[in-house]
Design a protein around this ligand. Structure first.
Ligand SMILES: Cc1ncc(COP(=O)(O)O)c(C=O)c1O
Length: 348
């Protein structure tokens, strides 16, 4: 059987999760509301220390709504230049919010934008320059290898944002992982942002869904925008029940994924010319030796029974998740190591 570690989104709902879905109490969430969805929204809002939550079909739609409630047409959204909102959401900030992206480069020695990096992007008021109407942060930070942005850094970003009266949206697709890895509560992370998106279909193992939280007036606007994006769902309690089950059962096991990511990284080991980014959480990025292509390594690993993803032409990604255990991650690491070494030999 293939070991699939392309992403933490490839998990299949367990029998117990499917049972919870089958037993869900439902209603029409576009009409008078779905009781199970209401419970999920309230529970997530409370976890994040916010007034209100809203259930979405995807992280991308929840993220874009989170940006749209803050950003206005003809302004800028400041984001880490490697943010998922820039590279992974079909230019939605421009196409759907009418704002342009202001990419902020992480300073030397850092892989994620800091408050200092951001400070240089905020220009004084001018007759010519667009203003920044929203600052976006991402935690954990996918493209840097699931790095946790520490609470102190996020607080510094929020302080800077407050100085300039700019709202902050957090892409917390994997904020659950950041919290599990650091012990920082979701509410402490949540306090630094006006809106937070969290994915349910990644580490928590749900088939579908994301949640957006914020204060009540902001979330009323989010509700209208979700409807405009076509995100109103009907008997969505079936999906919310999976998420409630995941909060009960899967949330507390995320540290296992982080341990398994380390197991994988260790099994890949040190290969001359390659660099394995030490994982903070469940994502492992591997920068390949010169002359070796991601496509070749991915194809070789697949022939040997392991699916990893091609992150860019010279970087591959493996992600630990609830459907792979430590033994499978050890095996996957050895296969990827062999694939890289075979690719190096073939390139000579
Ligand atoms: C950091 C980050 N944000 C947002 C998303 C979007 O989530 P979805 O795939 O549910 O639209 C992803 C998905 O991979 C992600 O990794």
């Amino acid at each position: 059987m293939l070991i699939d570690i392309r992403s933490d989104t490839v998990t299949r709902p367990s029998v117990a999760m499917r049972q919870a879905m089958a037993n869900a109490e439902v209603g029409d969430d576009v009409l008078e509301g779905d009781p199970t969805v209401r419970r999920l929204e309230a529970r997530c809002a409370a976890l994040l220390g916010k007034e209100s939550g809203l259930f979405f079909p995807s992280g991308s739609m929840a993220n874009m709504t989170g940006v749209a409630v803050h950003a206005s047409i003809g302004t800028e959204v400041a984001l880490d230049e490697a943010a998922h909102l820039i590279y992974g959401e079909m230019a939605g900030v421009a196409a759907l919010c009418g704002a342009q992206v202001r990419p902020v480069r992480a300073g030397a020695g850092r892989s994620v934008m800091s408050a200092d990096d951001l400070r240089g992007s905020i220009r004084p008021p001018s007759k010519h320059d667009p203003v920044i109407s929203c600052i976006g942060v991402e935690n954990t930070h996918n493209s840097s290898g699931g790095k946790v942005v520490p609470l102190a850094e996020l607080r510094a970003i929020r302080e800077l944002a407050d100085e300039h009266g700019i709202p902050v949206h957090m892409d917390g697709a994997r904020l659950w992982n950041a919290s599990a890895a650091t012990g920082t509560s979701l509410a402490d992370f949540g306090a630094i942002a006006h809106t937070v998106m969290l994915s349910l279909s990644k580490g928590l193992g749900c088939p579908v869904g994301a949640i957006l939280v914020g204060d009540a007036p902001t979330m009323r606007r989010a509700h209208a925008i979700r409807k405009r994006f076509g995100g109103g769902m009907r008997q969505s309690g079936i999906l919310a029940a999976a998420a409630l089950y995941a909060l009960d059962v899967n949330l507390e096991r995320l540290a296992d994924d982080h341990a398994n990511a380390r197991v994988f990284a260790e099994a890949v080991g040190s290969i001359e010319g390659a660099s394995v980014v030490p994982p903070d959480t469940n994502i492992v990025m591997i920068d390949l030796p010169p002359g070796v292509s991601s496509a070749d390594v991915v194809a070789r690993a697949e022939r040997a029974g392991v699916l990893i993803s091609e992150w860019n032409p010279t970087r591959v990604r493996g992600v630990a998740h609830l459907d792979v255990d430590a033994a499978a991650m050890t095996q996957a690491g050895a296969v990827v190591r062999d694939a890289i070494q075979a690719s190096v030999a073939a390139a000579r």
